[in-house]
Design a protein around this ligand. Structure first.
Ligand code: THU
Length: 161
């Protein structure tokens, strides 16, 4: 038997204002998109903004349904929009944020497992790592270089070969 450690590298900023300018702009795009969240059931607004390698930015937010399992996460909404509107264009970064009507969120948002797996798939499909910028309404900002850092040992298309 041997043991194995998997390490994750995270850059921690105190506020979004400390981010490099283009990432700060992306964080503002995500924050603005919180207003488009349709979340009457959870009252938990989530928004994700994508920047492509050419600098174009788009954003999306969570879209819920009275039939709860149909709720769509913000990350997958914006990645689907990217695939529909800009097919094949590599994604350079994604900023993800949250706002709750129940309490102020002071820790960085943590994307769900399904979204982590979907982010990995986009990276593999577009052959480009996606920088992830995670933040709440206030408090620290986590920046990861790739979806790999959020989902080590992800299911990989090569398993299907
Ligand atoms: N949600 C997201 O949009 N992204 C995640 O990564 C986790 C959860 C949404 C789905 C639902 O509308 C609400 O947050 C509560 O789960």
């Amino acid at each position: 038997m041997k043991e194995m450690n998997i390490t994750t590298h995270i850059k921690v900023y105190n506020t979004t204002e400390e981010l490099p300018t283009e990432d700060y702009e992306l964080s503002k795009k995500a924050t603005a998109a919180l207003e488009d969240s349709y979340s009457p059931y959870s009252k938990f607004q989530v928004a994700a903004a994508i920047r492509f390698t050419d600098g174009t930015m788009i954003a999306g937010s969570n879209q819920e349904n009275a039939s709860y399992p149909l709720c769509l996460c913000a990350e997958r909404v914006v990645m689907s929009a990217a695939a529909a509107l800009y097919p094949g264009k590599p994604i350079e970064a994604m900023a993800i944020t949250v706002k709750s009507k129940k309490r102020p969120i002071s820790e960085p948002v943590s994307p769900c497992g399904a979204c982590r797996q979907s982010i990995r798939e986009e990276e593999i499909k577009l052959k480009h790592p996606i920088k992830l910028i995670l933040f709440g309404e206030q408090g620290q900002v986590y920046v990861l270089n790739s979806g790999k850092d959020l989902l080590p040992l992800s299911f990989d298309p090569s398993f299907l070969e």
